[in-house]
Design a protein around this ligand. Structure first.
Ligand code: NOJ
Length: 530
């Protein structure tokens, strides 16, 4: 099995949020030519694949997750020709490209929905989920949209309600309809034929709803101030058994194209997540594991999480793990755990067993940017203001250099830039041996050099006081990781044998130690048995 690992197992994924990565035409919004112009940053960093969030035509009600044409590029981002050039440029650098695939819903401007809503007898009526209201005219059931408000909207033209798990501009497709399934598989084919290496599949746990559409039960743990959608236990609207057959079809198609990857976005408890690897028929190669984002930053909590995940994976064949610290939907890791611990988090991400995904800007320690009310763009924040659910703070432009707009655009950036970009930017950090960027590069280089890190087995995560520790092993080589989660120095006892420190998050020591190692405040180290 030694050489049997796929690129998506050995490799590291880097998420580009295209609106905010690099603008090439001065309209203040990032684009495909911009991504192409910055590919050398990814090469320099050492990642293997770039996942690009949606770039298709869209009214942008949910910033591209409301697709109105699955087979084209939004003019804001460029053209299909620009896309083909990007694919070429990516492959010329020996990188892979992963696109976002949004199967659960389309835009309400998509020609399919325009047809579907036009009359009750339109051939595409059944492509979406239409229901009569209650006899009193009320919504068909109590389901709540993820972005607040009822998940049902009444359409004047035909007097029925359509279901939308997200915005009312994002009607849910009816995946029980065979034509819908075929049409969406065709979409995958279209991009696979253009050379993409895989997909990150959006909101997959929402794909199918229970046919009876009964009310969801109330969630007794919900508290005022939490997301309105969590007021209900989404028993009938989420994670339905039939979803797995649809995923198996996507997988069978992807497999026909060779070594491609399907990453499923399902924010679920670990035990439920396992089903998304598939069972008798394969499912996703990587069902996204969001638990590092959700868990409290405490060493015993993270140790328990790692062990729970590893145990759950062991039950199945070919279930490859994956980890992620942040994305375009969640507060940035450096804001959640603080800048000093963000370095420890980086070492955790890049030394755990499983494919890591880095969100753009994490590698320079970008933090959430406060967004003044008049600059809010995210529909979630607009629908349910003030609860801290808005996603603009983690979507602000990438900080490339210290110039006025951080090298992102020569125009007016669509979201405000962080005021720290003079200090916190790629150009400056490239020149600083102890910067966050230098740490990411060193960690990635180490992961590449040491098969124990990329493909080795995982041995027991545990918390020893404030220190989280685990070991990795491959072909006779043992590595240990010790991460000090505290702001105080700690002594870490690593058995009696001598160890070589290969890397410290402080980037200032490579030394041999015996038995006890002194960890400084907020320091993580990777050691090899000497
Ligand atoms: C998950 C995406 O990451 C998020 O940005 C989007 O709003 C929802 N799915 C709906 O597509």
């Amino acid at each position: 099995m030694r050489n049997a690992h796929h690129w998506w197992q050995r490799g590291i994924v880097y998420q580009v949020y295209p609106r905010s990565f690099q603008d090439s035409n001065g309209d203040g919004i990032g684009d495909l030519k911009g991504i192409a112009a910055r590919l050398d940053h990814l090469v320099d960093l050492g990642v293997d694949a770039v996942w690009v969030s949606p770039i298709y035509p869209s009214p942008m009600a949910d910033f591209g997750y409301d697709v109105s044409d699955h087979r084209d590029i939004h003019p804001l981002f460029g053209t299909l020709q620009d896309f083909d050039r990007l694919v070429e440029a990516v492959h010329a650098r020996d990188l892979k490209i992963i696109l976002d695939f949004v199967p659960n819903h389309t835009s309400d401007q998509h020609p399919w929905f325009v047809e579907s809503r036009s009359s009750r007898i339109n051939p595409k009526r059944d492509w979406y989920i239409w229901r009569d209201g209650k006899p009193d005219g009320g919504v068909p059931n109590n389901w709540v949209s993820e972005f607040g408000g009822s998940a049902w909207t009444r359409d004047e033209a035909t007097g029925q309600f359509y279901y939308h798990a997200f915005l009312k501009q994002q009607p849910d497709l009816n995946w029980r309809n065979a034509q819908v399934r075929a049409a969406m598989l065709d979409v995958l084919r279209f991009w696979l034929d253009r050379g993409v290496d895989g997909f990150r599949v959006d909101a997959i746990h929402h794909l199918i709803e229970a046919e009876h559409l009964r009310d969801n039960p109330l969630n007794p743990d919900w508290r005022e101030g939490q997301s309105p959608a969590r007021r209900l236990i989404r028993l009938y609207s989420l994670d339905q058994e039939e979803t797995h057959a649809a995923i198996a079809e996507m997988r069978a198609l992807a497999d026909r194209y060779g070594d491609r990857v399907l990453i499923g976005e399902a924010s679920l408890p670990i035990e439920q997540l396992m089903a998304y690897y598939g069972d008798d028929t394969p499912g996703f190669h990587l069902p996204f594991n969001f638990h590092l984002i959700k868990s409290a930053w405490e060493p015993h909590v993270i140790a328990a999480l790692i062990e729970q995940y590893e145990r759950a994976l062991d039950g199945g064949r070919e279930r490859w793990p994956n980890w992620v610290l942040g994305n375009h939907d969640k507060p940035r890791v450096a804001s959640r755990v603080g800048p000093a611990q963000a370095r420890v988090a980086a070492m955790l991400l890049l030394t755990l067993r499983g494919t890591p995904t880095i969100y753009q800007g994490e590698e320079i320690g970008m933090e959430d940017v406060p967004i003044p009310t008049q600059a809010v763009c995210d529909p979630w924040e607009k629908n349910v203001p003030g609860l801290g659910l808005g996603r603009d703070p983690e979507r602000t432009p990438m900080q490339w250099d210290a110039t006025e707009n951080a090298g992102f655009t020569r125009g007016e950036p669509w979201l405000p830039l962080s005021s720290d970009h003079g200090v916190l930017n790629v150009q400056r950090q490239r020149a600083e041996p102890s910067s966050m960027l230098s740490l990411y590069r060193a960690l990635i280089a180490l992961r590449r050099r040491e098969p124990a890190l990329s493909i080795g087995v995982h041995v027991k995560a545990e918390a020893v006081g404030p220190v989280l520790t685990y070991r990795r092993f491959h072909e006779g080589r043992w590595l240990s990781v010790a991460l000090n989660f505290s702001g105080e120095p700690q002594v870490f006892r690593n058995g009696a044998d001598a160890h070589d420190i290969l890397l410290s998050t402080h980037l200032d020591r490579v030394e041999r130690c015996n038995g006890a190692v002194e960890l400084r405040a907020n320091e993580g180290i990777v050691m090899a048995a000497a």
